[in-house]
Design a protein around this ligand. Structure first.
Ligand SMILES: [Ca+2]
Length: 526
Protein backbone atom coordinates (compact mmCIF):
# COMPACT_ATOMS: atom_id res chain seq x y z
CA UNK A 1 0.00 0.00 0.00
CA UNK A 2 2.81 2.34 1.00
CA UNK A 3 4.41 1.61 -2.34
CA UNK A 4 1.21 2.48 -4.19
CA UNK A 5 0.81 5.75 -2.27
CA UNK A 6 4.45 6.66 -2.87
CA UNK A 7 4.06 5.89 -6.57
CA UNK A 8 0.88 7.98 -6.75
CA UNK A 9 2.56 10.92 -4.96
CA UNK A 10 5.62 10.66 -7.20
CA UNK A 11 3.43 10.63 -10.29
CA UNK A 12 1.56 13.72 -9.04
CA UNK A 13 4.83 15.54 -8.30
CA UNK A 14 6.20 14.62 -11.69
CA UNK A 15 3.06 15.92 -13.39
CA UNK A 16 3.23 19.15 -11.36
CA UNK A 17 6.88 19.51 -12.18
CA UNK A 18 6.25 19.10 -15.92
CA UNK A 19 3.51 21.72 -15.78
CA UNK A 20 5.72 24.07 -13.79
CA UNK A 21 8.69 23.94 -16.15
CA UNK A 22 6.72 24.09 -19.37
CA UNK A 23 7.38 27.58 -20.67
CA UNK A 24 4.50 29.87 -21.44
CA UNK A 25 3.66 29.88 -25.08
CA UNK A 26 5.12 33.02 -26.56
CA UNK A 27 2.97 35.69 -28.14
CA UNK A 28 3.66 36.67 -31.73
CA UNK A 29 3.29 40.00 -33.48
CA UNK A 30 4.25 40.57 -37.10
CA UNK A 31 4.24 44.24 -38.08
CA UNK A 32 4.17 44.65 -41.85
CA UNK A 33 4.79 48.11 -43.26
CA UNK A 34 3.58 48.93 -46.77
CA UNK A 35 6.08 50.08 -49.45
CA UNK A 36 8.81 51.05 -46.99
CA UNK A 37 12.34 51.27 -48.41
CA UNK A 38 15.12 49.69 -46.39
CA UNK A 39 16.92 53.03 -46.40
CA UNK A 40 13.94 54.86 -44.85
CA UNK A 41 14.90 53.91 -41.28
CA UNK A 42 17.60 55.54 -39.17
CA UNK A 43 18.90 52.09 -38.25
CA UNK A 44 19.78 51.60 -41.95
CA UNK A 45 21.34 55.03 -42.34
CA UNK A 46 18.41 57.38 -42.94
CA UNK A 47 19.41 60.93 -42.03
CA UNK A 48 16.33 63.08 -42.72
CA UNK A 49 13.43 60.99 -41.44
CA UNK A 50 13.20 60.38 -37.71
CA UNK A 51 12.55 56.78 -36.61
CA UNK A 52 13.67 56.62 -32.96
CA UNK A 53 11.39 53.76 -31.92
CA UNK A 54 12.36 51.41 -34.72
CA UNK A 55 16.00 52.35 -34.20
CA UNK A 56 15.63 51.42 -30.53
CA UNK A 57 13.90 48.18 -31.52
CA UNK A 58 16.93 47.44 -33.72
CA UNK A 59 19.33 48.11 -30.84
CA UNK A 60 17.32 45.94 -28.47
CA UNK A 61 16.87 43.19 -31.02
CA UNK A 62 18.36 41.97 -34.30
CA UNK A 63 18.44 43.92 -37.55
CA UNK A 64 18.53 42.07 -40.85
CA UNK A 65 20.12 43.46 -43.98
CA UNK A 66 19.02 40.58 -46.22
CA UNK A 67 15.44 39.84 -45.18
CA UNK A 68 13.50 39.03 -48.34
CA UNK A 69 9.82 39.69 -48.99
CA UNK A 70 7.52 37.18 -50.72
CA UNK A 71 7.59 39.18 -53.92
CA UNK A 72 7.46 42.83 -54.82
CA UNK A 73 3.79 43.82 -54.55
CA UNK A 74 1.33 43.68 -51.66
CA UNK A 75 -1.01 40.71 -52.02
CA UNK A 76 1.43 37.98 -53.07
CA UNK A 77 4.05 39.17 -50.59
CA UNK A 78 1.49 38.86 -47.79
CA UNK A 79 0.46 35.47 -49.13
CA UNK A 80 4.02 34.17 -48.80
CA UNK A 81 4.21 35.49 -45.25
CA UNK A 82 0.91 33.89 -44.26
CA UNK A 83 1.25 30.55 -46.10
CA UNK A 84 4.93 29.58 -45.95
CA UNK A 85 4.99 29.27 -49.75
CA UNK A 86 7.34 31.05 -52.13
CA UNK A 87 6.11 32.42 -55.44
CA UNK A 88 6.72 29.18 -57.26
CA UNK A 89 3.91 27.58 -55.25
CA UNK A 90 1.89 30.52 -53.98
CA UNK A 91 -1.78 30.62 -54.99
CA UNK A 92 -1.43 34.42 -55.41
CA UNK A 93 1.44 35.75 -57.54
CA UNK A 94 0.26 39.28 -58.39
CA UNK A 95 -2.20 41.91 -57.24
CA UNK A 96 -5.50 40.93 -58.86
CA UNK A 97 -8.43 43.22 -58.28
CA UNK A 98 -11.97 42.01 -57.68
CA UNK A 99 -14.99 44.21 -58.21
CA UNK A 100 -16.41 46.08 -56.51
CA UNK A 101 -14.01 45.49 -53.67
CA UNK A 102 -11.21 43.17 -52.66
CA UNK A 103 -8.56 41.06 -54.33
CA UNK A 104 -8.29 37.55 -55.71
CA UNK A 105 -8.88 35.38 -52.64
CA UNK A 106 -6.71 32.76 -51.04
CA UNK A 107 -8.18 29.37 -52.01
CA UNK A 108 -10.01 27.31 -49.39
CA UNK A 109 -7.21 24.76 -49.09
CA UNK A 110 -4.56 27.38 -48.22
CA UNK A 111 -3.19 26.98 -44.69
CA UNK A 112 -1.99 30.03 -42.81
CA UNK A 113 0.14 30.94 -39.82
CA UNK A 114 -3.03 32.02 -38.01
CA UNK A 115 -4.73 28.67 -38.66
CA UNK A 116 -1.71 26.87 -37.27
CA UNK A 117 -1.67 29.03 -34.16
CA UNK A 118 -5.39 28.37 -33.66
CA UNK A 119 -4.60 24.66 -33.38
CA UNK A 120 -2.38 25.54 -30.43
CA UNK A 121 -5.00 27.64 -28.65
CA UNK A 122 -3.93 31.11 -29.75
CA UNK A 123 -6.12 34.18 -29.91
CA UNK A 124 -5.58 35.83 -33.32
CA UNK A 125 -6.22 39.16 -35.02
CA UNK A 126 -5.42 40.82 -38.34
CA UNK A 127 -5.47 44.58 -38.03
CA UNK A 128 -4.60 46.98 -40.85
CA UNK A 129 -4.72 45.93 -44.51
CA UNK A 130 -5.59 42.43 -45.74
CA UNK A 131 -5.81 42.18 -49.56
CA UNK A 132 -6.19 38.39 -49.76
CA UNK A 133 -9.95 38.06 -50.17
CA UNK A 134 -13.24 39.66 -49.21
CA UNK A 135 -15.31 38.29 -46.36
CA UNK A 136 -17.66 36.33 -48.62
CA UNK A 137 -14.78 34.53 -50.31
CA UNK A 138 -12.47 31.70 -49.31
CA UNK A 139 -9.77 34.29 -48.59
CA UNK A 140 -11.60 36.10 -45.80
CA UNK A 141 -9.28 36.67 -42.83
CA UNK A 142 -12.08 35.27 -40.67
CA UNK A 143 -11.85 31.98 -42.59
CA UNK A 144 -8.06 31.93 -42.54
CA UNK A 145 -7.53 31.57 -38.81
CA UNK A 146 -8.18 35.08 -37.53
CA UNK A 147 -10.68 35.59 -34.72
CA UNK A 148 -10.82 39.30 -35.31
CA UNK A 149 -10.30 41.74 -38.16
CA UNK A 150 -10.17 45.51 -38.24
CA UNK A 151 -9.11 47.71 -41.13
CA UNK A 152 -9.10 47.69 -44.92
CA UNK A 153 -9.97 44.45 -46.60
CA UNK A 154 -9.34 45.88 -50.08
CA UNK A 155 -5.98 47.24 -51.14
CA UNK A 156 -7.57 49.68 -53.56
CA UNK A 157 -9.61 51.33 -50.81
CA UNK A 158 -6.41 51.62 -48.79
CA UNK A 159 -5.23 54.26 -51.26
CA UNK A 160 -7.24 56.67 -49.12
CA UNK A 161 -6.18 57.36 -45.56
CA UNK A 162 -9.54 59.07 -45.13
CA UNK A 163 -11.79 56.19 -46.23
CA UNK A 164 -15.55 56.38 -45.81
CA UNK A 165 -15.45 53.06 -44.02
CA UNK A 166 -13.25 50.30 -42.72
CA UNK A 167 -14.30 46.84 -41.58
CA UNK A 168 -14.72 45.51 -38.08
CA UNK A 169 -14.79 41.78 -38.64
CA UNK A 170 -17.02 41.45 -41.72
CA UNK A 171 -19.18 44.47 -40.97
CA UNK A 172 -18.66 47.93 -42.39
CA UNK A 173 -17.38 50.41 -39.83
CA UNK A 174 -18.56 53.77 -41.13
CA UNK A 175 -16.34 56.81 -40.88
CA UNK A 176 -18.63 59.84 -41.17
CA UNK A 177 -16.85 63.01 -42.22
CA UNK A 178 -14.44 61.20 -44.54
CA UNK A 179 -14.88 61.42 -48.28
CA UNK A 180 -12.54 58.61 -49.32
CA UNK A 181 -10.42 61.01 -51.35
CA UNK A 182 -7.04 60.01 -52.70
CA UNK A 183 -5.64 63.50 -53.22
CA UNK A 184 -2.33 64.07 -51.53
CA UNK A 185 -3.65 67.21 -49.84
CA UNK A 186 -6.75 65.29 -48.76
CA UNK A 187 -8.21 65.87 -45.36
CA UNK A 188 -11.03 64.17 -43.55
CA UNK A 189 -12.45 63.78 -40.09
CA UNK A 190 -10.64 60.55 -39.24
CA UNK A 191 -7.16 59.46 -40.32
CA UNK A 192 -7.53 55.70 -40.68
CA UNK A 193 -4.19 54.74 -39.16
CA UNK A 194 -5.13 56.55 -35.94
CA UNK A 195 -8.08 54.20 -35.55
CA UNK A 196 -6.09 51.17 -36.65
CA UNK A 197 -3.28 51.90 -34.18
CA UNK A 198 -5.75 52.35 -31.32
CA UNK A 199 -7.51 49.16 -32.28
CA UNK A 200 -4.25 47.18 -32.23
CA UNK A 201 -3.45 48.43 -28.73
CA UNK A 202 -6.99 47.78 -27.49
CA UNK A 203 -6.91 44.23 -28.84
CA UNK A 204 -3.54 43.47 -27.23
CA UNK A 205 -4.78 44.91 -23.92
CA UNK A 206 -7.79 42.59 -24.06
CA UNK A 207 -5.61 39.46 -24.34
CA UNK A 208 -5.40 37.86 -20.93
CA UNK A 209 -5.81 34.11 -20.75
CA UNK A 210 -4.53 32.91 -24.09
CA UNK A 211 -1.29 33.43 -25.98
CA UNK A 212 -1.93 35.68 -28.97
CA UNK A 213 -0.91 36.41 -32.55
CA UNK A 214 -1.36 39.86 -34.05
CA UNK A 215 -0.79 40.41 -37.76
CA UNK A 216 -0.47 44.19 -37.75
CA UNK A 217 -0.39 45.31 -41.38
CA UNK A 218 0.13 49.07 -41.24
CA UNK A 219 -0.52 50.83 -44.57
CA UNK A 220 2.03 53.58 -43.90
CA UNK A 221 3.92 54.85 -45.89
CA UNK A 222 2.05 53.45 -48.91
CA UNK A 223 0.46 55.91 -51.37
CA UNK A 224 -1.61 57.95 -51.68
CA UNK A 225 0.71 59.94 -49.48
CA UNK A 226 -1.76 61.50 -47.09
CA UNK A 227 -1.09 62.49 -43.50
CA UNK A 228 -3.18 64.37 -40.98
CA UNK A 229 -0.19 66.19 -39.52
CA UNK A 230 3.20 66.83 -41.16
CA UNK A 231 4.66 67.18 -37.67
CA UNK A 232 8.45 67.56 -37.65
CA UNK A 233 8.54 68.18 -41.38
CA UNK A 234 5.92 70.93 -41.73
CA UNK A 235 8.43 73.71 -42.30
CA UNK A 236 10.98 71.78 -44.33
CA UNK A 237 11.74 73.22 -47.77
CA UNK A 238 10.38 70.08 -49.40
CA UNK A 239 7.46 69.20 -51.65
CA UNK A 240 4.15 68.24 -50.06
CA UNK A 241 4.77 64.66 -51.08
CA UNK A 242 8.18 64.62 -49.41
CA UNK A 243 6.89 66.18 -46.21
CA UNK A 244 3.94 63.81 -46.10
CA UNK A 245 6.09 60.78 -46.83
CA UNK A 246 8.56 61.62 -44.07
CA UNK A 247 5.70 62.23 -41.63
CA UNK A 248 4.14 58.87 -42.58
CA UNK A 249 7.36 56.99 -41.88
CA UNK A 250 7.69 58.79 -38.55
CA UNK A 251 4.05 57.98 -37.72
CA UNK A 252 4.70 54.34 -38.54
CA UNK A 253 7.63 54.54 -36.15
CA UNK A 254 5.67 56.12 -33.32
CA UNK A 255 2.81 53.63 -33.70
CA UNK A 256 5.28 50.73 -33.45
CA UNK A 257 6.73 52.47 -30.39
CA UNK A 258 3.31 52.67 -28.74
CA UNK A 259 2.83 48.94 -29.22
CA UNK A 260 6.25 48.02 -27.82
CA UNK A 261 5.62 50.34 -24.85
CA UNK A 262 2.35 48.52 -24.18
CA UNK A 263 4.13 45.15 -24.16
CA UNK A 264 6.62 46.52 -21.62
CA UNK A 265 3.87 48.09 -19.56
CA UNK A 266 1.97 44.78 -19.43
CA UNK A 267 5.21 42.98 -18.66
CA UNK A 268 4.77 40.60 -21.58
CA UNK A 269 7.66 41.92 -23.65
CA UNK A 270 9.91 39.02 -22.63
CA UNK A 271 7.29 36.58 -23.82
CA UNK A 272 6.49 38.20 -27.15
CA UNK A 273 8.33 37.85 -30.46
CA UNK A 274 7.79 41.00 -32.48
CA UNK A 275 9.00 40.97 -36.06
CA UNK A 276 8.91 44.00 -38.31
CA UNK A 277 9.35 44.20 -42.09
CA UNK A 278 8.41 46.15 -45.18
CA UNK A 279 6.30 44.22 -47.70
CA UNK A 280 7.95 45.08 -51.04
CA UNK A 281 10.45 47.91 -51.01
CA UNK A 282 9.90 51.47 -52.13
CA UNK A 283 7.17 52.53 -54.54
CA UNK A 284 9.43 55.34 -55.75
CA UNK A 285 11.75 54.99 -58.65
CA UNK A 286 15.36 55.09 -57.50
CA UNK A 287 15.99 58.14 -59.69
CA UNK A 288 12.85 60.04 -58.66
CA UNK A 289 13.29 63.27 -56.72
CA UNK A 290 11.79 61.80 -53.57
CA UNK A 291 13.84 58.62 -53.81
CA UNK A 292 16.95 60.78 -54.04
CA UNK A 293 15.80 63.18 -51.31
CA UNK A 294 15.67 60.37 -48.79
CA UNK A 295 18.52 58.37 -50.31
CA UNK A 296 16.31 55.28 -50.39
CA UNK A 297 18.95 53.27 -52.22
CA UNK A 298 21.47 54.03 -49.44
CA UNK A 299 24.04 55.68 -51.66
CA UNK A 300 23.17 53.58 -54.69
CA UNK A 301 23.80 50.38 -52.80
CA UNK A 302 20.59 48.65 -53.84
CA UNK A 303 19.21 48.56 -57.37
CA UNK A 304 15.52 48.56 -58.20
CA UNK A 305 12.27 49.25 -56.41
CA UNK A 306 8.76 47.85 -56.12
CA UNK A 307 7.71 45.50 -58.98
CA UNK A 308 11.26 44.62 -59.96
CA UNK A 309 13.31 41.55 -59.09
CA UNK A 310 16.41 43.44 -57.95
CA UNK A 311 17.59 43.67 -54.36
CA UNK A 312 16.14 47.14 -53.75
CA UNK A 313 12.70 45.64 -54.23
CA UNK A 314 13.31 42.31 -52.50
CA UNK A 315 15.38 43.27 -49.45
CA UNK A 316 13.31 44.71 -46.64
CA UNK A 317 13.94 46.79 -43.57
CA UNK A 318 13.44 44.05 -41.00
CA UNK A 319 13.85 43.68 -37.26
CA UNK A 320 13.19 40.98 -34.66
CA UNK A 321 12.62 41.87 -31.02
CA UNK A 322 12.07 39.55 -28.09
CA UNK A 323 13.97 40.82 -25.03
CA UNK A 324 16.01 38.07 -23.47
CA UNK A 325 15.54 35.67 -26.40
CA UNK A 326 16.33 37.39 -29.71
CA UNK A 327 19.94 38.52 -29.69
CA UNK A 328 20.17 42.21 -28.81
CA UNK A 329 22.28 44.55 -30.91
CA UNK A 330 22.98 42.00 -33.60
CA UNK A 331 23.11 42.97 -37.25
CA UNK A 332 22.75 39.88 -39.42
CA UNK A 333 23.72 39.83 -43.07
CA UNK A 334 22.45 36.31 -43.57
CA UNK A 335 19.40 35.94 -45.79
CA UNK A 336 15.93 34.70 -44.88
CA UNK A 337 12.52 35.15 -46.47
CA UNK A 338 8.87 35.67 -45.61
CA UNK A 339 7.98 32.04 -46.32
CA UNK A 340 10.14 31.05 -43.34
CA UNK A 341 7.66 32.57 -40.90
CA UNK A 342 5.20 29.65 -40.80
CA UNK A 343 7.81 26.93 -40.06
CA UNK A 344 9.44 29.29 -37.54
CA UNK A 345 6.17 29.69 -35.65
CA UNK A 346 5.58 25.92 -35.80
CA UNK A 347 8.93 25.26 -34.14
CA UNK A 348 8.57 27.99 -31.54
CA UNK A 349 5.22 26.62 -30.34
CA UNK A 350 6.44 23.00 -30.54
CA UNK A 351 3.57 22.12 -32.85
CA UNK A 352 4.89 20.67 -36.09
CA UNK A 353 3.07 21.31 -39.32
CA UNK A 354 1.02 18.36 -40.53
CA UNK A 355 2.64 16.35 -43.31
CA UNK A 356 -0.15 17.51 -45.58
CA UNK A 357 0.85 21.18 -45.16
CA UNK A 358 3.41 22.10 -47.81
CA UNK A 359 5.99 24.77 -47.07
CA UNK A 360 9.00 26.16 -48.88
CA UNK A 361 10.33 27.75 -45.70
CA UNK A 362 12.87 26.86 -43.07
CA UNK A 363 12.53 27.53 -39.36
CA UNK A 364 14.39 30.60 -38.15
CA UNK A 365 14.02 29.61 -34.47
CA UNK A 366 17.73 29.14 -33.74
CA UNK A 367 18.72 31.98 -36.12
CA UNK A 368 16.54 34.39 -34.11
CA UNK A 369 18.29 33.31 -30.93
CA UNK A 370 21.76 34.02 -32.27
CA UNK A 371 22.49 30.97 -34.42
CA UNK A 372 23.22 30.78 -38.12
CA UNK A 373 20.55 31.19 -40.77
CA UNK A 374 19.17 27.92 -42.14
CA UNK A 375 20.90 26.48 -45.18
CA UNK A 376 18.81 26.05 -48.29
CA UNK A 377 19.26 25.30 -51.95
CA UNK A 378 17.88 28.61 -53.22
CA UNK A 379 15.40 31.46 -52.79
CA UNK A 380 12.86 31.92 -55.57
CA UNK A 381 10.56 34.77 -56.63
CA UNK A 382 8.25 35.57 -59.48
CA UNK A 383 5.72 38.30 -60.23
CA UNK A 384 2.91 38.48 -62.77
CA UNK A 385 2.21 42.14 -63.34
CA UNK A 386 2.72 42.82 -67.03
CA UNK A 387 5.42 40.44 -68.19
CA UNK A 388 5.98 37.58 -65.74
CA UNK A 389 9.41 38.06 -64.16
CA UNK A 390 11.56 35.71 -62.08
CA UNK A 391 14.52 35.78 -59.73
CA UNK A 392 16.52 33.25 -57.74
CA UNK A 393 19.39 33.38 -55.30
CA UNK A 394 21.72 30.57 -54.29
CA UNK A 395 24.71 31.37 -52.10
CA UNK A 396 25.83 34.80 -53.27
CA UNK A 397 24.69 34.24 -56.84
CA UNK A 398 21.58 35.99 -58.03
CA UNK A 399 19.67 35.42 -61.26
CA UNK A 400 17.02 37.71 -62.75
CA UNK A 401 14.87 37.22 -65.85
CA UNK A 402 12.75 40.24 -66.76
CA UNK A 403 10.26 38.36 -68.90
CA UNK A 404 9.88 34.92 -70.50
CA UNK A 405 11.70 36.01 -73.66
CA UNK A 406 14.39 37.97 -71.87
CA UNK A 407 17.91 36.68 -71.24
CA UNK A 408 18.89 35.54 -67.76
CA UNK A 409 21.10 37.98 -65.87
CA UNK A 410 23.63 36.77 -63.32
CA UNK A 411 25.05 38.84 -60.46
CA UNK A 412 27.54 38.17 -57.69
CA UNK A 413 25.94 39.75 -54.62
CA UNK A 414 29.12 39.40 -52.57
CA UNK A 415 31.18 41.52 -54.95
CA UNK A 416 28.37 43.51 -56.56
CA UNK A 417 25.37 43.99 -54.28
CA UNK A 418 24.04 46.77 -56.49
CA UNK A 419 23.68 44.28 -59.36
CA UNK A 420 25.57 46.52 -61.79
CA UNK A 421 27.64 43.89 -63.63
CA UNK A 422 25.73 41.16 -65.44
CA UNK A 423 28.04 38.13 -65.55
CA UNK A 424 25.80 35.96 -67.73
CA UNK A 425 28.17 35.88 -70.69
CA UNK A 426 31.06 34.84 -68.43
CA UNK A 427 29.12 32.25 -66.46
CA UNK A 428 27.14 30.00 -68.80
CA UNK A 429 27.07 27.27 -66.14
CA UNK A 430 25.27 29.65 -63.75
CA UNK A 431 22.84 30.67 -66.47
CA UNK A 432 22.05 26.99 -66.96
CA UNK A 433 21.60 26.52 -63.22
CA UNK A 434 19.27 29.52 -63.07
CA UNK A 435 17.25 28.12 -65.96
CA UNK A 436 16.86 24.87 -64.07
CA UNK A 437 15.68 26.68 -60.92
CA UNK A 438 13.32 28.89 -62.91
CA UNK A 439 11.64 25.76 -64.23
CA UNK A 440 11.81 23.41 -61.26
CA UNK A 441 11.04 25.80 -58.40
CA UNK A 442 7.53 26.46 -59.61
CA UNK A 443 4.32 24.67 -60.33
CA UNK A 444 2.36 25.63 -63.39
CA UNK A 445 -0.89 27.34 -62.63
CA UNK A 446 -3.45 28.54 -65.17
CA UNK A 447 -3.59 31.97 -63.51
CA UNK A 448 0.19 32.38 -63.54
CA UNK A 449 1.64 31.20 -66.86
CA UNK A 450 5.19 32.18 -67.76
CA UNK A 451 4.66 32.21 -71.45
CA UNK A 452 2.64 35.29 -72.25
CA UNK A 453 1.59 38.75 -71.18
CA UNK A 454 -0.42 38.53 -67.99
CA UNK A 455 -3.97 39.71 -67.79
CA UNK A 456 -6.36 40.04 -64.93
CA UNK A 457 -9.36 37.74 -64.53
CA UNK A 458 -11.81 37.96 -67.40
CA UNK A 459 -14.43 40.60 -66.64
CA UNK A 460 -17.22 38.10 -67.16
CA UNK A 461 -15.80 35.95 -64.41
CA UNK A 462 -15.72 38.91 -62.01
CA UNK A 463 -19.24 39.97 -62.91
CA UNK A 464 -20.61 36.48 -62.55
CA UNK A 465 -19.16 36.33 -59.04
CA UNK A 466 -20.50 39.74 -58.20
CA UNK A 467 -23.97 39.05 -59.53
CA UNK A 468 -24.11 35.83 -57.52
CA UNK A 469 -22.84 37.64 -54.46
CA UNK A 470 -25.17 40.60 -54.55
CA UNK A 471 -28.07 38.98 -56.34
CA UNK A 472 -28.10 41.89 -58.80
CA UNK A 473 -28.84 41.23 -62.47
CA UNK A 474 -26.29 43.80 -63.78
CA UNK A 475 -22.53 44.19 -63.55
CA UNK A 476 -22.02 46.30 -60.45
CA UNK A 477 -18.50 47.32 -61.40
CA UNK A 478 -19.97 49.58 -64.09
CA UNK A 479 -21.81 51.65 -61.53
CA UNK A 480 -19.58 51.33 -58.48
CA UNK A 481 -19.31 55.10 -58.28
CA UNK A 482 -21.20 57.98 -59.90
CA UNK A 483 -17.90 59.20 -61.38
CA UNK A 484 -17.20 55.84 -63.00
CA UNK A 485 -20.69 55.75 -64.48
CA UNK A 486 -20.42 59.30 -65.87
CA UNK A 487 -16.97 58.54 -67.29
CA UNK A 488 -18.13 55.41 -69.04
CA UNK A 489 -21.31 56.99 -70.41
CA UNK A 490 -19.14 59.90 -71.61
CA UNK A 491 -16.88 57.56 -73.54
CA UNK A 492 -19.92 55.88 -75.10
CA UNK A 493 -21.21 59.30 -76.23
CA UNK A 494 -17.83 60.18 -77.79
CA UNK A 495 -17.82 56.94 -79.74
CA UNK A 496 -21.39 57.48 -80.95
CA UNK A 497 -20.77 61.08 -82.06
CA UNK A 498 -17.23 60.88 -83.44
CA UNK A 499 -16.67 57.25 -84.30
CA UNK A 500 -14.11 54.80 -82.98
CA UNK A 501 -11.00 56.38 -84.58
CA UNK A 502 -11.50 59.61 -82.65
CA UNK A 503 -11.97 57.63 -79.48
CA UNK A 504 -8.63 55.88 -80.06
CA UNK A 505 -6.90 59.25 -79.88
CA UNK A 506 -8.65 60.01 -76.59
CA UNK A 507 -7.42 56.76 -75.10
CA UNK A 508 -3.90 57.35 -76.40
CA UNK A 509 -3.79 60.83 -74.82
CA UNK A 510 -5.04 59.47 -71.50
CA UNK A 511 -2.44 56.72 -71.55
CA UNK A 512 0.35 59.25 -72.25
CA UNK A 513 -0.82 61.58 -69.48
CA UNK A 514 -0.96 58.72 -67.02
CA UNK A 515 2.57 57.67 -67.95
CA UNK A 516 3.86 61.23 -67.60
CA UNK A 517 2.21 61.49 -64.20
CA UNK A 518 3.89 58.26 -63.07
CA UNK A 519 7.30 59.46 -64.25
CA UNK A 520 6.78 62.90 -62.74
CA UNK A 521 5.81 61.61 -59.31
CA UNK A 522 8.04 58.56 -59.35
CA UNK A 523 5.07 56.66 -57.97
CA UNK A 524 3.94 53.68 -59.97
CA UNK A 525 0.83 52.26 -58.47
CA UNK A 526 -0.68 50.00 -55.83
CA1 LIG B 1 3.09 47.12 -50.60
Amino acid sequence: MKFLIATFVSACLAATSITAVEPNKPNFIFILSDDLAQGDLGAYGQKLIQTPNLDRMAREGTRYTQAYCGTTVCAPSRTALMTGLHMGHSPIRANREAKPEGQKPLPAETYTVAQHLKTAGYSTAAIGKWGMGMFDTTGSPLKKGFDYFFGYNCQRLAHSYFPTYLYKNDQRFELPGNDGNTQIEGKGAIYAQNLIADEALTWVRAQKDQPFFLFYAITLPHGTFQIDDQGLYKDKPWTTQEKNYAAMVTRLDSDVGRLLDLLRERNIDKNTLVMFAGDNGSSFSTDSAIGKRFDQTMGGKLRGFKRSMYEGALRQASLAWWPGTVTAGRVSEEPWAFWDYLPTIAELIHTPLAASVPTDGHSLASFLKGGAAPKRDYFYWELHEGKPIQAARWGDWKAVRNGPAQPIEIYDLQADVSEAKNLASEKPDLVAKAETIFQSARTDHPDWPLTKQQKGPKPKKQWDGEIARRGYPIPICWIDSPFALIKRLGFCCIILVHGLAWFDWVLLAMWALRGMHAVWTGYLGV
